[in-house]
Design a protein around this ligand. Structure first.
Ligand SMILES: [Zn+2]
Length: 127
């Protein structure tokens, strides 16, 4: 399950980004996930929840934006979005194309920070 290692790197990047931005708490991570990224969304969500335990990101949400496949059709000379990643044919004229413009994304594009309110940072009494 390579989603676990992907989740690890996402968390590393996010922690570093949050530190650089002096963000005390991260409420949400926004990720673009292409249909051809090879990542199983549910597995990534699950791994993320496991990986953030004990990190500064604990409690953060992972918001995944699905990116459909967009191909360039040499016949139409236009870009088209595919309703399904496969088969990779132009949805208008049916020409096969391997020119993928979008759909391979695995990109953390935004972090949503919290204010770091005391209420949010409450620790168990015997800590
Ligand atoms: Zn076409």
């Amino acid at each position: 399950m390579h989603e676990l290692s992907i989740a690890h790197s996402l968390v590393e990047i996010a922690v570093e980004t949050a530190e650089n931005a002096r963000m005390k708490r991260v409420k949400a991570l926004y990720l673009k996930l292409g249909a051809l990224s090879g990542v199983v969304k549910e597995a990534l969500e699950f791994s993320f929840d496991v990986v953030i335990q004990g990190t500064p990101l604990e409690g953060a949400r992972l918001v995944i934006e699905d990116v459909p496949v967009k191909v360039f059709c040499p016949d139409c000379q236009e870009a088209h979005k595919l309703p399904e990643p496969f088969p990779m044919r132009c949805p208008v004229c049916g020409t096969r194309t391997g020119q993928v413009l979008e759909g391979r994304e695995l990109e953390l594009y935004s972090l949503e920070g919290g204010e770091g309110d005391a209420a949010d940072d409450a620790k168990p009494p015997n800590c």
